[in-house]
Write a protein that binds this ligand. Structure first.
Ligand code: ZN
Length: 240
């Protein structure tokens, strides 16, 4: 296969993308989606923009402080591509109907929100690309309808610890030095997420990362941890 012959701009333009989370990683993902040609994007985030977000979120402006994050990015993303429509949702994903999309992208900081998206992805047979970052490390997991899901991978102690590492604890003070070091990690992980979504949109999901791809920014390495479908996982029964 030639390096770019699989790119199908018509499919990319019409692909319906749902992004959960408009924080640091979500901003990078949305920027990459718009620049890659995606034009039908929905983003959900219940949080508001704070001054500390401005230095690591490419789509926030000083006038957005106090505004809902999804509404804020909906104002600035069309600057990158006027043909891109970004629909903002200001509610938690746990309250949403998640039907009618072609792919989900998770840019979340909680395990419960990820598992919510994961179970809907499996039920509706919608591919789910999940990104997570922690200072100089990050990971991307691609969940496809017929493969292992996020919950399948949460049974081993090792994997469970990794999931904890990549999740914030609500209310906990986060070290600004760690957050500052994370912006380049967010860029890398966002780029990998959108590359995987490009493959799915263009019909070559068989070339997607299988399992979990771990990025170590200090060592400059990437490792793939393969996963198996867990027969006891509740997400592999009946679907629509
Ligand atoms: Zn599963």
């Amino acid at each position: 296969m030639e390096r770019t012959e699989w790119i199908d701009m018509d499919r990319i333009h019409g692909f319906r993308v749902f992004v959960a989370g408009a924080g640091a990683l979500g901003n990078e993902v949305l920027k990459d989606l718009a620049l890659a040609g995606f034009r039908d994007i929905t983003v959900a985030d219940p949080d508001t923009v704070e001054e500390s977000n401005l230095s690591r979120c490419v789509l926030f402006r000083p006038g957005h402080i106090g505004m809902n994050k999804a509404a804020a990015v909906a104002e600035t993303l069309p600057e990158l591509d006027p043909d891109c429509t970004l629909t903002p949702i200001t509610d938690r994903i746990q309250n949403l109907d998640l039907e009618g999309y072609d792919v989900y992208i998770g840019c979340l900081d909680s395990i419960s929100a990820r598992l919510h998206l994961n179970s809907h992805a499996m039920y509706y047979r919608i591919p789910y690309v999940d990104g997570a970052t922690d200072a100089f490390r990050g990971k991307v997991q691609v969940v496809l309808p017929d493969g292992p899901c996020m919950e399948c991978s949460m049974n081993g102690t090792h994997i469970r610890e990794l999931h904890r590492t990549f999740s914030c604890i609500p209310g906990e003070e986060i070290d600004p030095v760690i957050l500052s070091s994370g912006i380049t990690t967010s860029s890398v992980i966002a780029a990998i997420c959108v590359r995987e979504v490009l493959k799915i949109a263009c019909g070559i999901e068989d070339r997607c990362v299988r399992g979990v791809s771990y990025y170590d920014g200090m060592e400059g390495t990437m490792d793939i941890v393969s996963l198996e479908t867990n027969p006891r996982c509740p997400n592999h029964g009946e679907s629509v």
